[in-house]
Write a new protein. Sequence first.
Length: 255
Amino acid sequence: MRGVVLSLRREKILLLADTHVGYEVELRRERGINVMSQTRKLIDGVLELVDHHGVTSVAILGDVKHELPVPRESVEEVKTFLRAVARKIPLLLIPGNHDSLLQEIASGIEGVEVAPARGVLLERYLLFHGHVKPAKEDLERAEGVIMGHTHPAVVIRDELGYAVKEPAILKIYASRTKICKALYEEPCKRRGRIKVVVLPASHPLITGVDVREIPKMAAEGRTFLKYIEWDPESVEIYLTDFTFVGTLSDITNVA
């Protein structure tokens, strides 16, 4: 699955990222590619995971919708998606950089809560999209960060040269001290390493960015990953079924 289940003391939450509802609008309008709506497929996929894992709620970590700057053509698709999921289970939305007017779109839909873009701290885990700075006190208290935004994917090549690109989950072990100094220009009260998990895009038509390109892309972009000191040995790569592919160092050396 393109997500993870977070088990807390009283909750079991399905975490997804980057559903990009309405992505097909951009494909048609900007690229001239006519693709059938994927919203029903997204709904069915989310609800299937809800039933399979017996979760108590769903949280989408940003880029719930896709259309920018002002959603017009895809508004009803987004509402349909939110209603269908929230009719089944409580739904928490953490806005991402594509989520202009998300609060207004979700307004009045029972079972949907829109959180601040800086994220929410649930017990030991900080959940956010990854395009803005989280609150310093949340980063200090968190044992782990779970985010989206970057759409990681891994290229797998066989001995004949045939290659496929698959969505991937990243687990990065990083210095909390260095992140805090880079983000806030002062150290956090809590030191040591922090685990950062990056989820793949949930939209079925979005595979993602080759993980080997992400460090350079992060350095040039607006992302929390910009403030991480990348050690290829400390970046673990998993397929969405949690098969361990290797570290970033492993696949870089193979390539």
